[in-house]
Design a protein around this ligand. Structure first.
Ligand code: PCA
Length: 321
């Protein structure tokens, strides 16, 4: 009888040992229809299988756990062990976070990936100094302008009630005489419904996620820049994993980065079709509008280089090489 009990106890211990599992929370500010979130779901599955179930990540999407601007601090403080951030949201904290949010520096997927490689060592260093690490980053589709108004030149942007999602998109508004209101994607539909804003710059992806076609009927396809979301990890939480689990996480991250960049480009076409199907016109910008926006971009790049010092110049040089 005693022997049997001892055996049972050993069995229970063994089972518990095999299942010893670390649980992480992953806040994201975007909804299930978003390609970043689709990619995250696959990433989480991959982490589970590559780690033999030892690391279980729970996704909290749509800003349900933390709002977009709070996620970075939550990961830094280890309230969340891993999280998704929009880098350019943190432009005021350090210039490196703003680089991929600048208009007309890198405008296609290839150029944006090159810009990422130039930015990456500086991004890693910055995050490391804040007790975090960069796992992977994926570009949003090219940014265009959603507006009902006819925009033939930048002068037509004057007075727009402009939704900004970052200091950079607020600066664009200032330079063209629009009125910026900062609203994150999770609150964007409401801001349109209540008339707080009547225009914004973002991707077809966000236009789809927020049903922008119910309020705004034109998307000016300016392809001005491709900002990135990054998946960041708390360094102490990472260090607490055993080596094979760390390797599993890194591997799943590398796979998610590769898959994510492809998904962004592929799904952008689908998002644009959906916008069209729902009554939105995808409008190529006039040469005048393009030229005006490029001028705004040049000024903003010059301002950035000035604020970013030697590191900034090194990033630009590495990108232009
Ligand atoms: N969508 C996000 C950021 C960039 C993008 O394409 C947003 O509009 O909030």
């Amino acid at each position: 009888m005693l022997k049997k009990l001892a055996l049972l106890a050993t069995g229970a211990l063994l089972a518990a040992g095999a299942q010893a599992q670390t649980k992480w929370d992953l806040p994201s500010a975007y909804p299930p229809s978003n390609f970043h979130v689709e990619n995250l779901n696959q990433f989480i599955k991959d982490v589970g299988s590559l780690s033999n179930g030892k690391l279980a990540i729970t996704l909290h999407n749509n800003a349900s756990l933390y709002k977009a601007p709070e996620i970075k601090r939550a990961v830094q403080g280890n309230q969340a062990q891993i999280g998704e951030i929009l880098l350019t949201n943190f432009a005021n904290e350090a210039p490196v976070y703003a680089l991929d949010g600048l208009p007309f520096l890198a405008t296609g997927y290839e150029a944006s990936f090159k810009l990422y490689q130039a930015q990456k060592p500086f991004l890693e260093k910055k995050l490391e100094s804040q007790g975090m690490m960069l796992l992977y980053a994926v570009a949003w589709p090219p940014q265009g302008i959603f507006a009902n108004k006819d925009l033939k030149t930048v002068a037509d942007m004057k007075g727009l009630k402009w939704r900004a999602y970052s200091p950079v998109t607020a600066r664009i508004a200032e330079l063209v005489g629009a009125q910026p209101v900062t609203v994150q994607q999770a609150e964007l539909a409401q801001a349109m419904a209540t008339g707080v804003i009547d225009s914004y710059m973002s991707s077809a992806s966000t236009g789809y996620d927020t049903k922008t076609y119910e309020y705004i009927k034109k998307f000016y396809d300016t392809q001005a820049w491709l900002p990135k979301n990054a998946i960041i990890v708390n360094k102490r939480a990472f260090d607490a994993l055993d080596k094979p689990t760390q390797q599993a996480l890194l591997k799943a991250g590398a796979q998610a980065e590769e898959r994510g960049w492809k998904l962004s480009e592929e799904k952008n076409k689908w998002y644009q079709q959906e916008l069209t199907k729902n009554g939105m016109a995808i409008v190529p910008p006039s040469d005048e509008l393009k030229a005006g926006l490029q001028k705004v971009g040049q000024q903003m790049i010059a301002e950035w280089v000035k604020s970013a010092g030697a590191d900034g110049q090194a990033m630009i040089d590495a990108y232009k090489k």
